[in-house]
Design a binder for this molecule. Structure first.
Ligand code: HEC
Length: 318
């Protein structure tokens, strides 16, 4: 990986003077971090760095990727010379640690089906008015962050719709997320006056409620269970504080909450049916983990993953 970083640093520094600050320590950050240039805008694959995944450069000073994992991930962001981090994920960002590293955080959550015009304009204005380089992330860094950065870049006249979609491919945006692809296709350059906004207006944490808040936690518990699965349904060596039965119980509690959450109860009978069936496999998973039955856990977990997809295909991604 070091070789790739070195190569991209050379490419960027020789073609874009904008990045030339990348080798010097940041003057405003309170912590000094060795610089590693962002990936080249021509890179054909996403890069992974310590605590940071799916890093893809869309244009000068515009980097897309996954959520930083703890301080390590935030340090990888700071190492790229990033000044502003924009999250479009439902989870509340770790603003305190980011600020310690000299990073401004802005939280503008979007869904997997795209975003309303007002949110699109806010994202474009954030890119236009906040100090760059900018790192824009969701959770996994493949779908929502890609659609958001693609649209915001086009609206700022930084690249065209074709380039935006080509970079989304590199990020790994799935074809299923038609709404996100549509945002990248439909975005048009906006006049400078329309993009002007007070940099102070962007929130560092947006309140997320209802089903989105529950799903954000479901996603975290599910990711933790993936780590447990990888470790053969034991406590993962690189994650010694994870308690498998605690994660499965947490998932089960969240599914119970879904039955009374108004965003959820308002949905049609077919949804309620999927919810009931998916809750059942989550209960089976919890029981298997509690009784240390790896085979049963493996089977139930596969069914859980299938049920996330089934419900999202019909009720989230359209
Ligand atoms: C019964 C239906 C249903 C099931 C089962 C379900 N989800 Fe969801 N999920 C939704 C809906 C609906 C949304 C969109 C909520 C919104 O944007 O209003 C959503 C949104 C999400 C989001 C986006 C949250 C954000 O930041 O906007 C994530 C992540 C997610 N789900 C993960 C999961 C995972 C992982 C599983 C399985 C372990 C799962 N979901 C199971 C219905 C479901």
């Amino acid at each position: 990986m070091t070789k790739t970083h070195h190569l991209s640093a050379v490419l960027i520094l020789s073609t874009a003077p904008f990045w030339s600050g990348c080798t010097a320590p940041a003057s405003d950050a309170q912590v000094q971090i060795a610089r590693v240039a962002p990936p080249a805008v021509t890179a054909g694959t996403a890069e992974h760095r310590p605590g940071l995944h799916q890093v893809v450069t869309y244009g000068d000073g515009l980097v897309c990727g996954g959520a930083p994992e703890g301080e390590e991930g935030l340090r990888s962001i700071a190492a790229m010379g990033i000044k502003t981090v924009i999250s479009v994920d439902g989870a509340a960002p770790d603003v305190a640690t980011a600020e310690k590293l000299g990073l401004r955080y802005v939280h503008l959550p979007i869904s997997y089906s795209g975003f309303p015009d007002e949110r699109g304009l806010e994202l474009a204005q954030a890119v236009a008015n906040l100090p760059g380089p900018i790192y824009l992330h969701c959770h996994h860094g493949k779908h929502r962050s890609a659609g958001a950065l693609a649209a915001a870049g086009v609206m700022n006249g930084l690249f065209d719709n074709e380039h935006a979609q080509a970079r989304m491919k590199v990020s790994g945006t799935a074809a299923d997320y038609q709404g996100l692809w549509q945002e990248a296709k439909d975005a048009r350059p906006m006049p400078k006056e329309a993009l002007r906004a007070d940099p102070a207006k962007f929130p560092s944490v947006s309140k997320v409620s209802g089903l989105v808040a529950i799903m954000t936690e479901v996603d975290i518990a599910n990711d933790n269970l993936k780590a447990v699965q990888k470790a053969g349904w034991q406590v993962p060596k690189d994650h010694p504080d994870l308690v498998p039965a605690k994660e499965s119980a947490r998932l089960e509690t969240l599914y119970t909450q879904m039955h009374t959450e108004p965003d959820s109860t308002a949905k049609p009978a077919e949804y309620q049916d999927i919810l009931k069936r998916s809750h059942e496999v989550v209960r089976q998973l919890d029981a298997a983990i509690r009784s240390n039955q790896a085979d049963a856990a493996e089977k139930a977990f596969a069914a859980v993953q299938k049920s996330c997809k089934e419900c999202h295909k019909l009720y989230r991604d359209q």
